[in-house]
Design a protein around this ligand. Structure first.
Ligand SMILES: *[C@@H]1O[C@H](CO)[C@@H](O)[C@H](O)[C@H]1NC(C)=O
Ligand SMILES: *[C@@H]1O[C@H](CO)[C@@H](O)[C@H](O)[C@H]1NC(C)=O
Ligand SMILES: *[C@@H]1O[C@H](CO)[C@@H](O)[C@H](O)[C@H]1NC(C)=O
Ligand SMILES: *[C@@H]1O[C@H](CO)[C@@H](O)[C@H](O)[C@H]1NC(C)=O
Ligand SMILES: *[C@@H]1O[C@H](CO)[C@@H](O)[C@H](O)[C@H]1NC(C)=O
Ligand SMILES: *[C@@H]1O[C@H](CO)[C@@H](O)[C@H](O)[C@H]1NC(C)=O
Ligand SMILES: *[C@@H]1O[C@H](CO)[C@@H](O)[C@H](O)[C@H]1NC(C)=O
Ligand SMILES: *[C@@H]1O[C@H](CO)[C@@H](O)[C@H](O)[C@H]1NC(C)=O
Length: 440
């Protein structure tokens, strides 16, 4: 018989080694991850494993913060197909795909989506950023991934993730809310980049636009007073031939912050972790006020938070349905008091409006190198051009942004608004000659 103390040492050693072997961040071809064990990123920030959300008994493979006590899941693999037992298994199969299978459910529940060729000795690794990557075994620092979870976000945008689209590959990194806190399957609340002429993002509720960011003006989304430089995170908007995305990074490694598209609150929210209160602090969110909701005031209606009625027609426009407008139904919007001269050959000019959240850019066009004079001329050339402004407001403004069709979802903002030159009949302009904002 061994002495009891010796047995204890052995038992503790076994425990130590089992925990030690648990705390790995990689899984190789011959290995698998069973329900109950986890991968932990090198610096202990993130953990990958199986979990049951809220009061659900379903099992999902997910990633959560390892270093905070409030379990917060940031990514879910099999959000559409839950595993209904505790025999889930994550592994790399012989074709080099990351697959999730369940003993009882038999077949593959979820697999990584990659079109690239299979690898020689693939490994999957949970990085300190919270990104789960599939890569060549000897390619640790190559930054080349066959597949990465950051390309397939769930409802959370972590620092270093690209929110947006790759125009070459068609990859659309959009975020979709969980259905509820008990169910990570896709809800009907979507945060999505719209890569049209002058890109902007939308939050969709079902098929309807719920919130619109307005286009990027070089510093922020036009008319968004919330997103400004701060000491928690920096951010940038990349708009090239190849990619259009928003990205942010934390200024300090000790900070924890995430953006989530939240079906429960019907908001897109940024949270920061508050060490002192051991809880998440709601840092910013949209929609933030009445005028933030998409198209409150209809075409050419300007949503002004402290005005009565809250919707005001732009100067030179009148309510489309005056009776409804007066009784508070404002969504029909406004129409021109005088039709444009363009088609009649009587000529048009522009009236400049200040401090606006720029209108919906679905029907728009951009030239990054034109100046404002050229932009104005470009707009006058086409009868369906309704407005123009600078594409980028930095250093006095540069580039040309042009709108076609009716101007929708305009609001006045307290800060961060932009000037917009709206096309008017030249005869209409005669009425505003005393106004400094006229650009005939
Ligand atoms: C690996 O998984 C993928 C995706 O499910 C599948 O298409 C492929 O046939 C699997 N390969 C093997 C060897 O099982
Ligand atoms: C789990 O799912 C499988 C496949 O859908 C099904 O056959 C089985 O009955 C389910 N088990 C339970 C306990 O619901
Ligand atoms: C996987 O790729 C196919 C084809 O490109 C695409 O239709 C599908 O949506 C992708 N699935 C995921 C989870 O990205
Ligand atoms: C943002 O922060 C990251 C990480 O601290 C840093 O690498 C990057 O250079 C910063 N970018 C800008 C534009 O300040
Ligand atoms: C969504 O909002 C609800 C209610 O405000 C909050 O309790 C919950 O934690 C939020 N969800 C996430 C994923 O942050
Ligand atoms: C509309 O035009 C008429 C003249 O045609 C003018 O009297 C009226 O003030 C204009 N209304 C607005 C709101 O510009
Ligand atoms: C953009 O504007 C520049 C400068 O006026 C011009 O040279 C260029 O052809 C324009 N590009 C397009 C696509 O119109
Ligand atoms: C005016 O712009 C619209 C929208 O881009 C386009 O469809 C139309 O062809 C243009 N018309 C002219 C005369 O250039």
């Amino acid at each position: 018989m061994y002495p009891l103390s010796f047995m204890f040492v052995i038992a503790n050693l076994l425990l130590f080694f089992s925990q030690f072997s648990d705390a790995t961040d990689t899984l190789a071809l011959s290995q698998s991850l069973a329900d109950g064990s986890t991968l932990v990123s090198k610096d202990g920030s993130f953990e990958l494993g199986f979990f049951s959300p809220g009061s659900s008994r379903n099992r999902y493979l997910g990633i959560w913060y390892k270093n905070i006590p409030v379990k917060t899941v940031v990514w879910v693999a099999n959000r559409n197909i839950p595993i209904n037992d505790t025999f889930g298994l994550l592994m790399i199969n012989n074709s080099g795909y990351l697959i999730l299978r369940s003993k009882n459910m038999g077949n593959v529940v979820w697999s990584s989506n990659s079109t690239k060729a299979a690898l020689k000795s693939p490994v999957v690794q949970l990085l300190d950023s919270g990104n789960l990557v599939l890569r060549e075994g000897n390619g640790e620092n190559s930054g080349i991934y066959i597949w990465q979870s950051f390309d397939y976000p769930t409802d959370t945008l972590l620092p270093g993730m690209k929110f947006g689209v790759n125009l070459k590959t068609g990859l659309d990194r959009r975020l979709t809310s969980w259905k509820s806190t008990d169910d990570p399957s896709p809800g009907d609340f979507v945060w999505k980049m719209q890569p049209h002429g002058n890109p902007e993002y939308n939050i969709l509720k079902g098929s309807k636009i719920y919130f619109r960011s307005a286009p990027w003006n070089g510093m922020s989304y036009s008319g968004n007073p919330q997103l400004r430089s701060n000491n928690i995170f920096n951010f940038s908007f990349v708009n090239t031939e190849e990619e259009i995305y928003y990205i942010y990074y934390l200024e300090k490694k000790s900070e924890i912050s995430r953006i989530v598209i939240n079906q429960t609150s019907n908001r897109r929210e940024r949270y920061t972790w508050d060490e002192a209160s051991v809880s998440w602090n709601l840092y910013a969110y949209v929609p933030n006020d009445y005028c933030d909701f998409y198209n409150r005031c209809g075409p050419y209606g300007n949503c002004i938070g402290d005005a009565s009625p809250i919707c005001q027609c732009l100067k030179g426009f009148v309510p489309k349905s005056p009776d409804q407008w007066n009784s508070g139904a404002l969504s029909d919007g406004c129409k021109r008091n005088r039709s444009l001269g363009c088609s009649e050959g009587t000529g048009d000019g522009f009236l400049k409006f200040r401090g606006l959240k720029l209108p919906d850019t679905t029907y728009s066009w951009v030239n990054k190198s034109m100046n404002l004079e050229e932009c104005r001329a470009k707009c006058l050339q086409n009868c369906s051009c309704t407005a123009y402004t600078s594409f980028d407001i930095r250093e006095g403004g540069s580039g040309c942004a042009i709108w076609f069709n009716d101007l929708i979802d305009i609001r006045e903002t307290s800060s961060g608004g932009q000037d917009l030159c709206v096309r008017m009949s030249a005869s209409e302009l005669g009425m505003y000659y005393s106004d400094l904002d006229v650009t005939p």
